[in-house]
Write a protein that binds this ligand. Structure first.
Ligand code: PMV
Length: 325
């Protein structure tokens, strides 16, 4: 039972993310650009009488009101994550309940697992009064993301952790990230086509396809790298027309890589018809979400997505440009 009078409880929040350019290519060393969103995941930790730990999802994180996950019951990756926490933080972890809530849909390539991992680890450090050592925090978050995604590039949790528009590049086991100060605010319309097939799966299938035609795939990754470099300049200059154009091109390359679907292509076409500056799938693909860059026409684009039967909402990019002007 979750204790009713809980003087000891903590809350934590982390934002979701979208990738503007470079998903998949980033796994092979190309530059990518990711942005934090004004939607996210909240975690609360409360003391628990019974033997835990347990995770209870509410809101968008709970398909059923009665859903409670534990080491014995729940999806395999959640059981592994709880096991990881016990192994790394000891028996005291068995005395906590983790409540998860948020405004971010789960499993659509919008960074829900990274936001959950970041919010959870910050909450655990806080709850047990462990002083936050950034390196330690990153190691635990990477370990959780590996449980959820296989061998991720690290772009998701890096942008979520920093809550800043970032350039990101991975070189062997090292990664490099840097802030990008966008001159103009970015308004995105998100269209959901259904949960994606899983990042681990999508990355593995692309790896298998690449093995058949190494050079051709390498050239596409090289082009996506060039697009990311050009997009970085456009973001800094506030040339949103060019940013949108590069998003359209990135979607074309992602289609060529085989990670788009008819529905994702269809949503991109609708967005462009309705005057979006650009549109592309975001994240692993094979389902998931499309992001469209709007310029004072977000309601029109969102209404068009909804009229075709897709769940749609608007979101803004969290941009720290003002602090740096
Ligand atoms: O987990 P998603 O859907 O946000 O995809 C992450 C981006 C990939 O490049 C496909 C995988 C990775 O680890 O970088």
């Amino acid at each position: 039972m979750i204790k009713k009078s809980c003087e000891n409880f903590v809350f934590s929040y982390a934002p979701g993310k979208a990738i503007l350019v470079g998903e998949h290519a980033v796994v092979y060393g190309a530059q990518a650009i990711a942005v934090p969103l004004d939607l996210g995941v909240r975690v609360a930790i409360l003391p628990l009488d019974a033997n835990g730990p347990i995770i209870k999802g509410i809101g968008s994180f709970c398909p059923s009101e009665a859903l409670v996950w534990s080491i014995e019951q729940g999806p395999a990756n959640i059981k592994l994550a709880l096991q990881y926490l016990i192994e790394n933080f000891g028996e005291k972890i068995k005395k906590i309940a983790i409540l998860v809530d948020g405004s971010l849909p789960k499993g659509f390539g919008l960074g829900s697992s990274a936001a959950f991992s970041v919010a959870l680890m910050r909450a655990i450090f806080n709850y047990f009064s462990i002083s936050i050592n950034n390196q330690m925090l990153i190691e635990h978050i990477s370990a959780l993301e590996t449980i959820f995604h296989g061998a991720p590039s690290g772009i998701d949790h890096t942008v979520v952790l920093n809550s800043q528009v970032l350039g990101f590049k991975k070189k062997k086991s090292q990664s490099l990230s840097w802030p990008i100060y966008c001159k103009r605010p970015l308004k995105l319309v998100v269209g959901l086509v259904g949960p994606h097939e899983g990042t681990k799966n999508a990355v593995q299938k692309l790896r298998d396809r690449k093995r058949q035609h190494e050079k051709i795939y390498e050239r596409i990754f090289g082009s996506l790298d060039e697009l990311a470099i050009a997009m970085e300049t456009s973001l800094k200059e506030g040339s949103l027309g060019a940013v949108g154009e590069f998003m359209n091109m990135a979607h074309g390359y992602l289609s060529a890589l085989g990670v788009s679907t008819g529905e994702l292509d269809h949503l991109c076409a609708i967005a462009k018809e309705r005057g979006a500056l650009g549109a592309k799938l975001t994240g692993a693909g094979g389902g998931g979400a499309v992001i469209a860059l709007a310029e004072n026409n977000e309601m029109e684009i969102m209404t068009a997505f909804r009229a075709c039967g897709f769940i749609s909402f608007t979101t803004s990019v969290v941009n720290k440009v003002d602090e740096h002007l």
